[in-house]
Design a protein around this ligand. Structure first.
Ligand SMILES: Cc1cc2nc3c(=O)[nH]c(=O)nc-3n(C[C@H](O)[C@H](O)[C@H](O)COP(=O)(O)OP(=O)(O)OC[C@H]3O[C@@H](n4cnc5c(N)ncnc54)[C@H](O)[C@@H]3O)c2cc1C
Length: 497
């Protein structure tokens, strides 16, 4: 048994460190002291600009004013990711955060859409998705309606450094203490193996009862000091490198991220209000760094504002994310490439999980085990969702894409794909952050056309199902005309009154 947890030390002040400090302080208030140690000399990874919708809940819980948040982080609205050339060169589809179609019965909208196609419908699944329509029109507005047909889920693009600074102010105002210093050594209790302090290069010692490792890919506490092993997933997700470069903003700010598949890997474009974030994610086994650099720089559609920065990574996760009195949050706990913008969400969900299981007194093995089980499941379901995009490609222009078609899939993913192919049904895992609509869009976007659909869709005659579809279509199209352009929305919404 260890001492009661009265002081939490957070090692690292990137997005993970400051998100953790801000939320822990907000919830636990004076129950725990929080000290965050970070080194400006080490710095942060400095990427991570696209998010998924649950970040709204995180920000709301912290009491962030959305207008101020967008203003201070140069943020924009993200309705979707456009996947270009992923299935085949020249083809594209959207993975939106919306609710395609409408609830028409016990099964998903795709079943009714398939039924309607049999009756002669020629509209695509996405034509029934308000988010998609907003992306195509470059428009956005907040829709005040209880009707789920008008649900327009959204997330943000933002400057991650500015977001970190924003959260730092909040955490410090709430009483978190920041210590500037370079961690040189992590000292362990010789009897229990628990961490009892961080030794800084200038000789200072930062002690605590519970430690949160937010030291990024270095994982100084969990992996280095406590020796927790890393599970390597590069046999499924081959990318191990990225080049990131900012470029001039576009005249019109798109309300979505672009993910453009290249000969090896893919390129992102993230629109912020003051610039675009760009990068190439690739596998060094298929493409050398010089060629990767050219591939990125030749494909920027606005002027580069800097030299590209190289980042190496290994896809996978720490076998345990909580060990003894250390929990790793952020890149120290693992990394899945940024294809579906999931890392910041994994930080958020790890903090919430930790808070739910936060020890009132001593750290207990039962909580540790539960925490580890949930986070493993969460990581694995996201991993599978990302593999899906690569595996289902039909490209024949490079060894990279052909090899991706030959991947040996995790069993759960293989079952999911087969079930969808046969029946149009998505079987969802409890801890999967991507719900049915996401899986449907990516599976169909990557080329699966299910062989069958649910029998309940057949209760409608041909004319009845076409009539229902026409009504849903009209309902979805109707709000677009009244919406503002994305730029006008941002300008009006974030204007200081
Ligand atoms: C190419 C790429 C693109 C990405 N894009 C996205 C995206 O679009 N969306 C998304 O959600 N996520 C994205 N991510 C992930 C995202 O960047 C991270 O999840 C997020 O920034 C959190 O990083 P972190 O805080 O864990 O680590 P870091 O930012 O690396 O922070 C580590 C902290 O630890 C401190 N530190 C380290 N060593 C020491 C030491 N010895 N002494 C003192 N302090 C130390 C550093 O100073 C720093 O404060 C991307 C990642 C990569 C690699």
């Amino acid at each position: 048994m260890q001492d009661p947890v009265r002081k939490v030390v957070i090692a690292g002040g990137g997005t993970a460190g400051w998100m953790t400090a801000a939320l822990l302080k907000k919830v636990l208030q004076a129950q725990v002291d929080i000290e965050l140690v970070e080194s400006e000399d080490v710095g942060t990874i400095g990427v991570g600009e696209a998010t998924i919708p649950p970040i709204q809940t995180f920000n709301q819980f912290l009491g962030l004013d959305e207008k101020a948040f967008l203003r201070e982080t140069n943020g924009t609205i993200k309705l979707a990711i456009a996947f270009e050339n992923w299935r085949k060169q020249g083809e594209s589809y959207f993975h939106t955060f919306g609710a395609p179609g409408a609830t028409l019965g016990i099964c998903g909208f795709q079943h009714y859409w398939l039924r309607a196609r049999k009756a002669g419908l020629d509209a695509s699944l996405w034509d029934f998705d308000l988010n998609y329509l907003g992306c195509k029109a470059g428009k956005f507005n907040k829709i005040q309606s209880e009707n789920p047909v008008y649900n327009m889920g959204y997330a943000y693009h933002f400057d991650s450094t500015l977001y970190g600074q924003f959260l730092r102010r909040l955490a410090e105002q709430a009483g978190a203490k920041r210590t500037e210093g370079m961690i040189e050594h992590v000292s362990l209790n010789t009897k229990t193996g628990f961490v009892n302090g961080l030794q800084l290069t200038d000789g200072r010692q930062v002690t605590g009862d519970f430690f949160i490792d937010c030291t990024g890919m270095r994982s100084l506490l969990l992996q280095k000091a406590l020796g927790v092993a890393y599970e390597d997933w590069s046999h499924w997700l081959a990318a191990d490198s990225a080049l990131a470069v900012p470029s001039q903003r576009h005249q019109q700010t798109a309300p979505y991220t672009r993910s453009i598949a290249r000969e090896v890997g893919w390129q992102w474009r993230i629109p912020l209000t003051h610039r675009n974030g760009n990068g190439l994610v690739y596998s060094s086994a298929y493409l050398n760094d010089d060629k990767a650099r050219n591939m990125l720089m030749d494909n920027l559609d606005t002027e580069a504002l800097d030299e590209p920065r190289k980042i190496r990574f290994k896809t996978g996760r720490a076998e345990k994310q909580w060990h003894k009195n250390v929990v790793a949050i952020g890149l120290s706990s693992g990394f899945l490439e940024p294809l579906e913008s999931t890392s910041i969400h994994l930080i958020q969900s790890a903090i919430v999980r930790l808070l739910k299981m936060f020890p009132n007194n001593a750290v207990t093995p039962s909580m540790e085990a539960l925490y580890n089980e949930e986070s493993k499941d969460e990581y694995e379901t996201i991993r599978d969702f990302i593999i899906l995009h690569y595996y289902l490609n039909e490209r024949d222009d490079s060894d990279f894409w052909q090899d991706m078609q030959r991947l040996t899939l995790p069993d759960r993913l293989a079952q999911k794909i087969n079930a969808f192919k046969d029946t149009a049904t998505v079987f969802n895992e409890q801890n999967d952050m991507f719900r049915d609509a996401s899986w449907v869009q990516v599976m169909m976007g990557q080329g699966i056309m299910p062989a069958d659909y649910h029998p309940s869709a057949d209760v409608h005659s041909d004319s009845a199902i076409l009539d229902i579809m026409a009504k849903v279509y009209e309902a979805k199209q109707q709000p677009i005309a009244q919406m503002l352009s994305h730029d006008d929305f941002l300008a009006r919404y974030t204007k200081i009154q």
